[in-house]
Design a binder for this molecule. Structure first.
Ligand code: AHG
Ligand code: MN
Ligand code: MN
Length: 336
């Protein structure tokens, strides 16, 4: 690949022109709008204390989590950027209890956009990596001519037409799939352009790294406990090889490491919250599962494929095990 590669716009237009393309013009324009919003979010994050964007608001979101200023700033930026373009029938976000309808003064489109405006927001105040996760669905055909409703968003993840994340780390990246591979773009902030820098990504097999919050071990199932215990025993245990552990408390950062370097990420269903996991199906687990599968990996809730889970609520939670196929199988019950 030439360095730097084509811009995001050129890449998507070339995708659009391919025979059997999975990226029609309307989807391309929607993705470009999301990418522009992520540039503005990146700018707000990088201002930090100078922009008065750090700290909490004192409010809670629908999940009962304290909202950081940046959670709300990024949520508003994504709503404002996307509601007037004519590509969307509605939006949903981690930070809003109800769906967001497109105001009547704007034309409506056929897509639904779901997002986690700031993933890993506990990291913001200590200058660690955070991200923005998004998922795009088609509104059901029977919603034509009426306002969309929450039930229209409750589609299994295999129906996503695009998904991706922006990661605000040492570099600012956009990682994207429209269902034909996973591609990485790096923000050239001097000219304000996303340039293709890697892809199609394939998860390297055999990397002996796992990511899990060990503080939750009292709540794990026997299968997860055994999986982690085998790896902790390393060269002295049944696997005969040492493993390494990483946990950034930002799913975007952990998933990005796995896409580039391999390994496995686990936030399993545990005994809290009615036996569900922490992560939300529609705007965290599904988009990441789509990306991981597109890069040759697997994503399971511990028993079945995440992309086949039938949603029952906008903010429902699910166990997440994703990454290297063999590791996901081992953590999902098969003896490693
Ligand atoms: P969010 O900031 O959007 O609520 O997401 C945080 C998530 C995810 O990014 C991360 O993997 C996990 O929560 C971290 O959880 P712990 O606090 O249990 O480490
Ligand atoms: Mn999140
Ligand atoms: Mn969030």
């Amino acid at each position: 690949m030439p360095n730097p590669g084509p811009s995001l716009s050129r890449f998507l237009i070339e995708q659009q022109r391919l025979p059997g393309s999975t990226c029609p013009a309307e989807l391309r324009l929607l993705i470009e709008t999301i990418a522009r919003a992520c540039k503005v979010i990146n700018h707000a994050i990088s201002k930090g204390a100078l922009g008065d964007v750090l700290g909490s608001l004192g409010s809670e979101n629908v999940q009962g989590e304290v909202q950081k200023k940046l959670d709300v700033i990024a949520n508003d930026l994504l709503l404002d950027s996307n509601e007037w373009g004519g590509h969307l029938a509605g939006m949903a976000s981690e930070e809003m209890e109800a769906i967001h309808l497109i105001p009547n003064r704007y034309p409506k489109g056929e897509y639904l956009l779901l997002f986690d405006p700031i993933d890993g927001s506990s990291n913001v105040d200590v200058d660690l990596t955070v991200g923005t996760i998004f998922s795009i669905l088609l509104a059901p055909e029977d919603s034509a001519g009426r306002d969309v409703e929450e039930r229209d968003f409750l589609q299994p993840g295999r129906r996503q037409v695009a998904a991706g994340y922006a990661i605000y780390g040492p570099q600012t990246l956009l990682v994207l799939t429209v269902g034909s591979g996973v591609y990485e773009f790096t923000l050239d902030s001097e000219i304000g352009s996303w340039r293709l820098t890697d892809g199609p990504l394939t998860i390297p097999a055999g990397n002996r790294e796992f990511a899990i919050n060990m503080a939750r071990r009292r709540q794990w199932s026997p299968a997860i406990t055994r999986f982690v215990e085998d790896r902790l025993q390393g060269s002295e245990g049944p696997l005969g090889e040492d493993y390494n552990m990483r946990w950034t408390a930002s799913m975007v950062a952990d998933v990005h490491r796995i896409l580039k370097r391999g390994g496995v990420f686990l936030y399993p269903a545990d005994h809290r919250a009615g036996g569900r996991g922490k992560l939300r199906l529609l705007y965290e687990a599904n988009p990441m599962a789509f990306l991981i599968e597109q890069a040759g990996g697997a994503a399971s809730d511990g028993a079945k494929r995440i992309l086949d889970a039938e949603p029952i609520g906008l903010h429902q939670r699910i166990g997440v095990i994703l990454g290297d196929k063999a590791e996901v199988a081992a953590a999902s019950g098969a003896r490693s």
